[in-house]
Design a protein around this ligand. Structure first.
Ligand code: TYM
Length: 328
């Protein structure tokens, strides 16, 4: 039986943080190890152009994501690892897909509205087009499973709508892709507000951070007196407890919750323990990263072969779509 396909990607906006790792990369790793799936993992460099970026550093930023992928355990023997713009079939399919969605539908997406609010000067066609290109990224491989964080759900809904519409109008056979969720589908910000995000300073911990940096970042996370009648469900303390659960387990979280309504929590101890637990998880990733950082020819080769393999599959599916649409 043909293997089911998986596709995921991350924009090249700098080094990956714990949100990217727990929300997306950990799911990519699970599916990579499952022999029922064929996995395609890319750096979404074209999507990086939808918000302000520096052309001088883009190549380095792309490389950082590739290094973080390989460091985290994405394995070129098991997964096809590539850079989005090196497979131009994505763009061609995206244009064809744009005939199947309305402008109004795109304008109403919460992700689009948030970005326009964040960058009022950057309300471009590319930004509006973001979900269409993302649908093409996925469906050019006929992938039906997409490991991403919960914030990407609106985009997957669009991909499903496009698949349905294309199948109905042109008799194509696109699957309706579903999100592959992980335990860390929403990692909160250290600042106590919203999600961990690259664009919010002080909100994140990077995969490349050492123990001292992790401690410093956690030290700045807001807390309270450590004692009260009910444990906060929102804000800095709640977010720290979520991280405790993810890195030290549910029982540890329960212990702290009991302490909060009893003798009180010592946040310096909590942060010390959490920093160590995060560091333990990140150390092997950082060790692996070093090996790839020192071997840039190997990384080049991985990306070249990845693009070649990806293009082969992408081209076939693009051709079929063009045929169905009457172009060839
Ligand atoms: P990007 O770079 O914005 O996000 C990368 C991935 O990290 C996840 N993520 C989080 N997960 C949990 N908690 C957080 N705090 C957190 N912050 C980020 C995001 O959900 C995402 O999975 N649009 C995609 C890139 C993309 C793509 C695709 C993904 C382009 N084409 C096709 C899948 C399939 C994105 O959000 O990148």
């Amino acid at each position: 039986m043909a293997k089911k396909r998986v596709l995921s990607g991350i924009r090249a906006t700098g080094r990956l943080h714990l949100g990217n790792y727990l929300g997306a990369v950990s799911g990519m790793l699970v599916l990579q190890e499952n022999p029922e799936y064929e996995t395609f993992y890319m750096v979404a460099d074209l999507h990086t152009l939808t918000t302000p970026y520096d052309p001088q550093t883009l190549k380095d930023d792309i490389r950082e994501v590739v290094l973080d992928y390989l460091a985290a355990g994405l394995d070129p023997e098991k997964s096809t690892i590539f850079v989005q713009s090196q497979v131009p079939e994505h763009l061609e399919l995206a244009y064809l897909f744009s005939t199947a969605v309305s402008i109004a539908r795109m304008q109403h997406l919460p992700t689009y509205k948030d970005k326009v609010k964040q960058y009022p000067q950057g309300n471009t066609m590319a930004l509006l087009y973001y979900p269409v290109l993302m649908a093409a990224d996925i469906l050019v491989y006929r992938a039906d499973s997409v490991p991403v964080g919960i914030d990407q759900e609106p985009h997957l809904e669009v991909a499903r709508e496009i698949a349905r519409k294309m199948n109905l109008e042109y008799g194509t056979n696109f699957p309706e892709p579903k999100r592959f969720a992980t335990k860390g589908e929403y990692i909160p910000a250290l600042t106590g507000e919203g999600k961990m995000s690259k664009s919010v300073e002080g909100s994140f911990i990077n995969l490349t951070d050492g123990l001292e940096t992790i401690k410093k970042r956690l030290a700045a996370a807001p807390t309270d007196s450590g004692k009260g009648e009910t444990v906060p469900e929102k804000g800095g303390v709640a977010n720290l407890l979520s991280l405790v659960e993810l890195f030290e387990g549910k029982e540890k979280r329960e212990e702290y919750k009991k302490a909060y309504t009893g003798a009180g929590i010592s946040y310096s101890e909590l942060k010390e323990g959490l920093a160590k637990a995060i560091d333990e998880e990140l150390k092997p990733i950082q060790e692996r990263r070093k090996k790839f950082e020192e071997n840039s020819a190997l990384v080049d080769k991985i990306l070249q072969e990845g693009a070649k393999k990806a293009r082969k599959v992408a081209r076939e599916n693009l051709e079929e779509t063009k045929k169905a649409m009457g172009l060839i």
